[in-house]
Design a protein around this ligand. Structure first.
Ligand code: IPM
Ligand code: MG
Length: 360
């Protein structure tokens, strides 16, 4: 029997609810596969600040380093939003991405037929949309030096050639396994880091991936093209902050931010998996959170870090089946369909896993 150690970082707001749903589905999905998942939870974000005064305790980093995969719920909330405070929950998330060297953040966007109604875009524009964003995750303005005094603040944006090369390579490999098209997004008409990004990405593709078809787009134009021709994109690679912004925009193609999963990967096999939505403190603890993004992130975890393709496919099929049967949370409900709670959605997915799954 193969055993895998998974560190769960529930975090704040709806994080614990959706992480619990994902763990439950993952465990049920490996039923009968001669695989055992061992879960351990650790503190991050506001919950860690409350418990020990810092958003990323050393024990949490150690637990993640010792694991085969890490699953994160969400971090942040109004309780820790005091602008004068030097500790913030988000530092926990940024810190664990950096500590584990997770430089490539994969965010697939593929609308399900049943959730397209939730999108503000016309249905004909959504037909055939299947994009994977590859967001650089450990560099850029997020991690550059910051200064603040009474009347001035700065955030430095830094990229090295090596940082750009490695994330572009991940995107190229992915493009190769899909339709072979790569869109690189930058702001090369204004930013020096973007001019470097453009020249390095052009070189990597020309020298190492001549079979990949590369287009460069400026980020402002990309924001528009994402709405006017979303089906024309295959793999999109971009720097940290542009990727943060564009993937929230792209979630509207899928119908709800609550549906999108993500995988953050580094050089080794261990990844961190999380839904792209935030902690939604306004609905926390009410059994109203959409767990689909977290459940689909669990599928990415089983596939990418644990090599359990069959279990990953079970989850993705079960999610598609639950959505097809109209099992929708409030954020997905259009046309007056009844909204289901987090637990009910999770039960519905477990029931549709196609295995005689034991209740966990
Ligand atoms: C995301 C989030 C985070 C980010 C926040 C919570 C720090 O928005 O994962 O997209 O900006 O990276
Ligand atoms: Mg974001």
């Amino acid at each position: 029997m193969k055993e895998f150690q998974i560190t769960i970082l529930p975090g704040d707001g709806i994080g614990p609810e959706v992480a619990g749903a994902a763990a439950r589905v993952a465990e049920a999905a490996v039923d009968g596969l001669d695989v055992r998942l061992r879960f351990e939870t650790a503190l991050i974000g506001g919950a860690a600040i409350d418990a020990c005064g810092e958003p990323l305790p050393a024990e949490t980093v150690a637990a993640c380093q010792a694991a085969d995969a890490v699953f994160l719920g969400a971090v942040g909330g109004p309780k820790w939003d005091d602008p004068s405070s030097k500790v913030r929950p988000e530092q926990g998330l940024l810190g664990i991405r950096k500590a584990l060297g997770l430089f490539a953040n994969l965010r697939p966007v593929r609308p399900f037929p049943e959730t397209a109604a939730g999108s503000p875009l016309k249905p004909e524009l959504l037909e055939g949309v299947d994009i994977v964003f590859v967001r650089e995750l450990t560099g850029g303005i997020y991690f550059g030096e910051k200064t603040r005094d009474a009347d001035r603040a700065t955030d430095l944006c830094v990229y090295t050639v090596a940082e750009i090369e490695r994330v572009v390579r991940v995107a190229c490999e992915l493009a190769r396994s899909r339709k072979g098209r790569l869109t690189s997004v930058d702001k090369a008409n204004v930013l020096e880091t973007s001019r470097l990004w453009r020249s390095v990405s052009s070189r990597v593709v020309a020298e190492e991936f001549p079979d990949v078809q590369l287009e460069h787009l400026l980020v402002d134009a990309m924001a528009m093209h994402l709405l006017s021709r979303p089906a024309s994109f295959d793999v999109v690679v971009t720097e940290n902050m542009f990727g943060d912004i564009l993937t929230d925009e792209a979630s509207m193609l899928a119908g709800s931010l609550g549906l999108l999963p993500s995988a953050s990967l580094g050089a080794g096999g261990r990844g961190l998996f999380e839904p792209i939505h935030g902690s939604a403190p306004d609905i926390a603890g009410q059994d109203r959170a959409n767990p689909y993004g977290a459940i689909l992130s669990a599928a990415l975890m089983l596939r990418t870090s644990l090599g359990l393709e069959e279990a990953a496919q079970r989850i993705e099929s079960a999610v598609a089946a639950a959505l097809a049967d109209g099992v929708l949370t409030a954020d997905l409900c259009a046309g007056g369909r009844p909204a289901r709670g987090t637990r009910e959605v999770t039960d519905a997915v477990v029931e549709r896993l196609g295995v005689a799954a034991r209740r966990v």
